[in-house]
Design a protein around this ligand. Structure first.
Ligand code: ZN
Length: 452
């Protein structure tokens, strides 16, 4: 099933032409490279670990097939704590002397660095996945830290992806769990897109929606088996991640795969949470916890009758631009981040006229929207159990965050991205404060843990 979906998605994809997923897929790397890059020379890019688990074999296979190669580029140890722009520049300068096509052998940060460096030198590239740790393999754009600020830098997705399940199965269990956390985020990301669609902010693109949401339930359905090393469960996860990336590629935006749960994750990332750990706290672990947090908020939202809002009173109470900017600055002290958050918040800040029309639309559409959201979402409790079964952290202290800081994230995360999510819905309906209070007061979702 997954293979057919991938093939259909590739027919629509703008950058990626080949995705080979399966046990032993590494055996096809030379064929794929030959097919996609003609006679161009190739350059294997790896770090010490990925060289050992796959890079050396890739190099050997390319040579054995008679393809021209440059001497492999090996990153020094510990380059990937942060995918920083310095690493991009270093690789770019190193490959400027020839015109070989990079063959990235690695996962998240390594792939992002190569993706951007290939773009800056005007070359396509191929990635050989070494862990099912995130959905960025088939996505356009690279998450790179520059001047202390993590941003998505523009660049095309790889021309081809090779994901050998034997290699991925050998990755550290935390990396597979991270991929699971990242994929689980599509549950709330989808819900946020439905909200934005219903309110006329951002319409759902049915094709991209189907890519991200179609395989989702099956791909997240067996966390315990996944953690136990089940190959079929791993295969489903990889397909889900690949299709999620292709959804972003098809939509030329991360909207199909990223909502408020990623805003939680991005805020923590930009504030350096867990960067001092070895390995650093992963993207997927943060997204997973963000997913539970956002699903818990949705549960409170769905209990409300948003057809009965006092629209006039809400429009009167709604902050103007100066007040909104002051609120962002009060919530964000990190230099760089504060400026970026102001720009992002102001880009989506509704004036009173827009707010009025939106709330009237909401009153009209809420019953149907609520039903769609209830179908899309899973209970927060269930999501937490699934995450735990997959081996992911499920509480603030586990990721090194105090409960008060975690609670603050609900408000602060909304400000760092212009994307419209349930956090904006809560703010614009004037219910945000009450909803978050409900989560942390006795009987609320986080109450037991947060006060223990
Ligand atoms: Zn993600």
């Amino acid at each position: 099933m997954g293979e057919e979906q991938i093939r259909a998605a590739l027919a629509e994809a703008t950058d990626t032409q080949d995705v080979v997923v399966g046990p032993g897929a590494l055996g096809e790397v030379a064929e794929v490279a030959g097919r996609r890059f003609g006679g161009r020379p190739l350059l294997v890019v790896a770090d010490a670990t990925t060289w050992r688990v796959a890079g050396e074999q890739v190099q050997r296979r390319l040579e054995a097939a008679g393809l021209a190669t440059e001497a492999p580029y090996r990153f020094p140890p510990d380059t990937f704590v942060l995918a920083d722009y310095t690493s991009v520049e270093r690789l770019r300068d190193a490959i400027a002397g020839h015109d070989a096509v990079p063959v990235a052998v690695g996962s998240g940060s390594l792939n992002d660095i190569v993706k951007r460096a290939a773009h800056e030198t005007g070359r396509p590239y191929l990635v050989v996945a070494t862990a099912a740790s995130m959905d960025g393999y088939t996505a356009f754009g690279a998450a790179i830290t520059r001047d202390g600020y993590k941003q998505t830098m523009t660049c095309p997705a790889p021309r081809a992806v090779v994901a050998d399940l034997e290699v991925l199965a050998g990755a550290p269990p935390d990396m597979t769990a991270s991929g699971y956390g990242d994929l689980l985020g599509k549950v709330t990301a989808g819900a946020d897109w439905l909200v934005a669609d219903a309110l006329g902010v951002e319409p759902v693109d049915p094709g991209a929606w189907e890519l991200a949401q179609g395989p989702l339930r099956e791909a997240i359905g067996r966390p315990r088996e996944l953690a136990g090393g089940d190959r079929d469960a791993l295969g489903r996860l990889v397909e889900g991640l690949v299709l999620s990336g292709l959804a972003m590629q098809a939509h030329a935006s991360s909207r199909p795969a990223s909502g408020a749960e990623h805003q939680f994750s991005h805020l923590w990332e930009m504030e350096g949470l867990g960067h001092d750990r070895r390995p650093p706290l992963s993207h997927g672990f943060k997204v997973g916890l963000g997913t539970v947090a956002v699903a818990a908020l949705y549960e409170r939202v769905l209990e409300r009758d948003l057809t009965a809002l006092d629209v006039e009173a809400q429009c009167r109470a709604w902050p103007g631009p100066e007040e909104a900017e002051a609120a962002v600055r009060a919530a964000h002290a990190t230099p760089g981040l504060a400026e970026a958050a102001v720009a992002e918040t102001m880009a989506k800040h509704a004036d009173a006229g827009i707010l009025r029309r939106r709330l009237e639309l909401l009153a009209d559409r809420w019953p149907a929207l609520r039903d769609r959201l209830a179908t899309q979402l899973l209970p927060a409790e269930r999501l937490r159990d699934m995450l735990r079964a997959a081996g992911c952290p499920t509480s603030a202290p586990e990721i090194g965050l105090s409960w008060p800081a975690f609670r603050d994230t609900y408000h602060r995360a909304r400000m760092i991205r212009r994307r419209y999510t349930v956090l904006d819905l809560a703010a614009e309906t004037g219910t945000f404060g009450e909803l978050v209070d409900e989560l942390f007061t006795p009987g609320g979702f986080w109450a037991g843990e947060a006060t223990a």
